[in-house]
Design a protein around this ligand. Structure first.
Ligand SMILES: Cc1cc2nc3c(=O)[nH]c(=O)nc-3n(C[C@H](O)[C@H](O)[C@H](O)COP(=O)(O)OP(=O)(O)OC[C@H]3O[C@@H](n4cnc5c(N)ncnc54)[C@H](O)[C@@H]3O)c2cc1C
Length: 247
């Protein structure tokens, strides 16, 4: 007797990758269950820049205009620089014959918009605050996903549990990141001066400092990565030396 399926597709993780996978699957007529272990809206460290290549996917999902009306300002390109030297500006190339700009968007806003789209699609059952614990594949090409609130069976499972994906390692698809590990700190400020439409990446003695705007209303964001935890102290000093104030 054929096993009953709870969904065609189960998606683990409702970040941009999981939410987009779920929405694309649902738009093609599949029944989808999405699990995320967190409650939404949820924030996460991110440079909060949507590259030009991401916009056609948003457009196809009918979400690009919503994201722009949520206050996402355009980003024209990237300025690379070394501390205390003039930067080199690289404009984003035109994408698909006419789309030059990326978008700056707060993750809180962007992820909430995606999750809202999940909640409004009748083919999607969205289950926040539900961690997936195990994925098993069995006979008849059916996968079972066990969560803290029970098991579901589906034909396909999309594992979209993030950069540090535990499932990816557990399922033997990749090995973990090798040292030296990189760390990121993100902060937001409201500026008195207008904010220009460039992402700025500055290399400074082992640090990479990312700056750009994340909303139209002169809000500034800073993404940052570094190779060792001790260097975070230098970044904290850099953050504190700013003249801007926190919103
Ligand atoms: C400092 C920093 C700056 C960055 N800057 C940028 C940038 O400017 N632009 C950019 O595109 N990317 C940037 N990134 C990368 C960014 O993290 C990814 O682009 C993006 O978040 C990936 O989306 P995702 O959906 O794969 O993962 P995530 O957004 O991390 O979502 C994964 C989701 O899976 C859920 N999850 C995890 N485990 C489980 C489980 N067992 N069960 C259920 N749910 C689970 C989590 O709760 C989470 O909501 C940056 C990253 C860092 C650290």
């Amino acid at each position: 007797m054929a096993l009953r399926l709870d969904a065609d597709v189960v998606v683990v993780g409702a970040g941009p990758a999981g939410a987009a996978a779920a929405l694309f699957a649902a738009r093609r007529g599949h029944r989808v269950i999405v699990f995320d272990k967190q409650a939404f809206p949820r924030d996460k460290p991110c440079g909060e820049g949507l590259m030009p290549a991401g916009r056609p996917a948003l457009r196809e999902l009918g979400l690009e205009d919503d994201v722009i009306s949520d206050g996402a300002p355009p980003l024209d390109g990237i300025q690379f620089g070394i501390a205390e030297q003039p930067p080199v500006a690289v404009p984003f190339p035109e994408h698909n014959g006419g789309e030059p700009a990326g978008l700056g968007i707060r993750r809180l806003t962007f992820d909430a918009r995606l999750v809202d789209a999940l909640a409004h699609d009748t083919r999607i059952q969205f289950c926040p605050r539900t961690a997936a614990r195990e994925i098993r594949t069995g006979d008849e090409s059916i996968a079972t996903v066990s969560t803290e609130s029970g098991e579901v069976r589906a034909r396909f499972v999309a594992v979209a549990d993030g950069l540090r994906s535990a499932f990816r390692h557990r399922l033997g698809w990749t090995v973990g990141p090798r040292p030296p590990h990189r760390y990121g700190i993100v902060a937001h400020w409201t500026m008195d001066a207008p904010v220009d439409p460039w992402v700025r990446i500055t290399f400074d003695r082992g640090l990479e400092v990312y700056e750009g705007r994340a909303t139209e209303r002169s809000r500034w964001r800073c993404g940052h990565r570094c190779a060792t935890p001790t260097r975070l102290v230098r970044f904290q000093r850099w953050v504190r030396s700013g003249t801007a104030h926190r919103p």
